[in-house]
Design a protein around this ligand. Structure first.
Ligand code: PLP
Length: 428
């Protein structure tokens, strides 16, 4: 495997960009080695600047559910580009995408588009505080909701990987209204409500977690959380930036039949372009400016290129309903991975929700941040490097989700299982 061109670009990048990357996890710090610089992508494959081809299981961290450079998305984007890339004025495309999002998520009656998942969650939390007149929010240890100051507390994803759950540069006062509960542990949420009654504006959660690796809600955790929020007159915010249109067309809330008060979306709804969205009941969303007093704005919000890419993506997903097939193929892959690990006597646990999954290098079930911390991250790093040499591009950190796209073929899956067998066999 040649890597000279990537290595040389990384050296140059480090002189110009902090750590050589524009988002920390891309730097391969958790797994060692030099990151690959990507030249192009098509379908399920990535090519780096040294000409190596990889089966891609990152999918841009979730958005690329149709595979890279989907022909219909590319066509629609090109057509839009010829008409202009941004107007700073409303377009019909925003109305169309809003209509589709509201149809897919019955809990969303009104939606506001922004430019990232981070912004979506910031907006939702601000709206929740504006609506309830309360200050405090509850989040869960290990859940990641973007890099807003007040949410960088006990955060998952890159923050967990780098051992920086509490970022420098965030004054204590900024996070003093953020309370931490334990995922899958309702009693930990109840205790916070009891401690400061009447002050909690919202409970914010990744209903299926992607950012400690994939962790599912156990038993009736989510429905009891829904009831608790109702009783306490606090809003329930589902952060479905990763799971929306991924685990099912209508996200976790469709799968579990639970209606949150507010929902955050991103990733897939931008079809590979920068988009986020937050929405919910009319009366809550009506606090958002210019209808109400909660300010939130954006130069590129509702950007027509991103809107059309998202719209075409959703239309294809709706028409083709690839979810059963994606589910089946992902299950085949994860079963193959588990079997390969068993054969090699390597302890693994699997977290999977539809086409997103994590292979945890652990002895016991992963149900929350504490159990996730028990993973053997060194062993994961060796697995990652081995898979890379086999031409498989895995998320470069243990606490991340891997994603399949509709373009991942039966053959890709078989090749991946074969590679895993080779790598796991020598992992000791
Ligand atoms: N919320 C969740 C659940 C996410 O997974 C992410 C990003 O991975 C975000 C929020 C932040 O989104 P973005 O990176 O687009 O700002």
């Amino acid at each position: 495997m040649k890597t000279a061109a990537s290595e040389s670009l990384f050296e140059k990048a480090k002189l110009l960009i902090p750590g050589g990357v524009n988002s920390p996890v891309r730097a391969f710090k958790a797994v060692g080695g030099s990151p690959l610089f990507i030249q192009k992508a098509k379908g399920a494959y990535l090519w780096d600047v040294d000409g190596n081809r990889y089966i891609d299981y990152i999918g841009s961290w979730g958005p690329i559910i149709l595979g890279h450079a989907d022909t219909s998305v590319v066509k629609a984007v090109k057509r839009q580009l010829e008409k202009g890339s941004s107007y700073g004025a409303p377009t019909e495309l925003e109305v169309q995408l809003a209509e589709e999002v509201c149809r897919a998520f019955p809990s969303i009656e009104k939606v506001r588009f922004v430019s990232s998942g981070t912004e979506a969650v910031m907006g939702a939390v601000r709206a929740a505080r504006g609506f309830t007149g309360r200050k405090k929010i509850i989040k869960f240890d290990g859940c990641y909701h973007g890099h807003a100051d007040h949410l960088l507390v006990k955060a998952g994803s890159g923050a967990a990987t780098l051992g920086q759950p509490d970022s420098a540069g965030v004054p204590e006062e900024f996070v003093s209204h953020t309370l931490i509960a334990r995922y899958n542990d309702l009693a930990s949420v109840e205790a916070l409500f009891q401690k400061i009654p009447g002050q909690i504006a919202a409970v914010l959660i990744e209903p299926i977690v992607g950012n400690m690796g994939v962790i599912l809600p156990r038993g009736n955790f989510l429905s009891r959380l829904r009831d608790l929020c109702h009783r306490q007159k606090a809003l329930l915010i589902f952060d479905e930036v990763m799971t929306g249109f991924r685990v099912a067309y209508g996200g976790v809330q469709e799968l579990y039949g639970i209606q949150p008060d507010l929902t955050c979306l991103g990733k897939i709804i931008g079809g590979g372009f920068p988009v986020g969205a937050y929405g919910g009941k009319k009366e809550i969303m009506s606090v958002v400016a210019p209808e109400g007093p909660v300010y939130q704005a954006g130069t590129l919000s509702g950007n027509p290129v991103a809107m059309v890419a998202g719209l075409v993506t959703l239309q294809i997903l709706k028409k083709k309903n690839p979810y059963p097939e994606l589910n089946k193929r992902t299950q085949k892959l994860t079963q193959g991975l588990e079997e390969a690990a068993r054969t090699s006597a390597v302890s693994v646990k699997l977290g999977r929700a539809g086409s997103m999954f994590t292979l945890f290098f652990a002895d016991k079930e992963i149900i929350d941040a504490d159990s996730a911390r028990s993973c053997d991250t060194k062993r994961f790093a060796n697995f990652f490097q081995g898979m890379l040499r086999e031409g498989i591009y895995w998320p470069p950190a243990q606490f991340e989700a891997a994603f399949l796209s509709v373009e991942h073929s039966e053959r890709d899956v078989e090749r991946t299982i074969g590679a895993a067998k080779n790598v796991l066999a020598v992992l000791h």
